[in-house]
Design a protein around this ligand. Structure first.
Ligand code: AQP
Length: 332
């Protein structure tokens, strides 16, 4: 059986990168797989969070899933902290994960910055919790953006380490699913940095709830160069900001970058940016509106999350019990 697990951290404003790199793909996948979509609130705690904002953000991410078209009846939608198997399994897996594997993780290096000794243990151990999220459901496939590929490879290594240690084929090795042009959306202010919720500059990203005027302003202000759009992908690729905007257009229009570029080759950015604004608003406008409607009814969102947590626990708890038996933990 093919089972998908994926999630997003409730750490602030969801953006176009989260939509194109993750949520939009989930909507398409829900017809072909058993899907578990999590709001990974324990991961969010790896950096300081305001408790009220964390609660609000958890509901907002849930609203985004539903507003974008993830069906809470067909899929399991829940917040991670409601199913204790995640944290328990993370401990068991951390005991078989060599430090050397974690030392290679680039996201830790980026997020910890220069003051690595001050970074929390949770930030360092984040990939082990992510492995537990996935393996705790014996998920076979994990749709992610490019940025999460390294963590997923680690989850596969940990699954293999467990299977070898206990000499059985217990955990399937989860396959990454990385789709098309939206897998790495970059900042609107710097084409070499990914679009991120935690970027202090609001102009670096298009939020899923931005209104038309805000989207138009952010795209108008997006960094570009004075040259018109080139005619070839090779010429585009050496201009990271232009390349990023064409990539976003292509992803939104569901086209290849080549097709999108041909449409605007030789034109000025002002023309292209207007078209990009229209496309962004046409896609995100209805989703943002539905998100606002859903967030205004927290009772409904909480009911979805409660039901999702029950369904998730019904899968994860028996798997955790088996892991405990295999590892020799007594369950008297
Ligand atoms: N810029 C991006 N382009 C494509 N996909 C992206 N994703 C995130 N940013 C981009 C995908 O969204 C999913 C959820 O990511 P996350 O919130 O769990 O963590 P993240 O990757 O660290 O996302 P952010 O937005 O950068 O958040 P912060 O600032 O909190 O760290 C993943 O599938 C990810 O690939």
């Amino acid at each position: 059986m093919n089972r998908i697990f994926s999630g997003i951290q409730p750490t602030g404003n969801l953006h176009l990168g989260n939509y194109l790199g993750a949520i939009r793909n989930w909507v398409a996948l829900q017809n072909a797989y058993e899907c578990i979509f999590c709001i990974v609130d324990l991961h969010a705690l790896t950096l300081p969070q305001d408790p009220d904002e964390l609660r609000a953000s958890t509901r907002e991410v849930t609203a985004a899933y539903i507003a974008a078209g993830v069906d809470p009846e067909r899929c399991i939608i829940f917040n991670q902290s409601m199913v204790s198997a995640h944290a328990e399994l993370a401990w068991l897996l951390s005991c078989i994960t060599p430090l050397g594997w974690l030392n290679r993780m680039t996201q830790f290096k980026e997020k910890a910055g220069k003051q690595r000794d001050l970074a929390g243990l949770g930030l360092y151990a984040y990939p082990v919790l992510m492995a537990a999220d996935i393996l705790g459901y014996k998920a076979t496939h994990v749709p992610v953006g490019e940025d999460q590929k390294q963590h997923l490879e680690l989850a596969r290594d940990i699954a293999g380490a467990f299977n070898r240690r206990y000499e059985r084929d217990f955990f399937p090795l989860p396959e990454p699913q990385i789709f098309g042009t939206g897998t790495r959306v970059m900042s609107l202010r710097d084409g070499t940095k990914k679009m991120s919720k935690s970027d202090p500059s609001d102009y670096s990203r298009i939020n899923m709830t931005d209104d038309r005027d805000t989207v138009a302003l952010k795209i108008r202000r997006a960094k570009t160069d004075p040259e018109p759009l080139p005619g070839t992908i090779e010429a585009l690729e050496v201009r990271p900001e232009a390349d990023n905007l064409v990539g976003i257009y292509a992803a939104l229009a569901d086209q290849s970058r080549e097709t999108a570029l041909q449409k605007f080759a030789g034109q000025n950015f002002s023309v292209f940016k207007e078209a990009l604004t229209e496309l962004s608003v046409a896609t995100l406008g209805p989703i943002g509106g539905e998100m606002r409607r859903l967030v205004a009814d927290p009772g409904h969102i909480d009911a979805v999350l409660r039901r999702g947590a029950e369904r998730a626990a019904a899968i994860a708890e028996p798997i955790l019990r088996e892991v405990k038996d295999i590892t020799g933990l007594l369950r008297p």
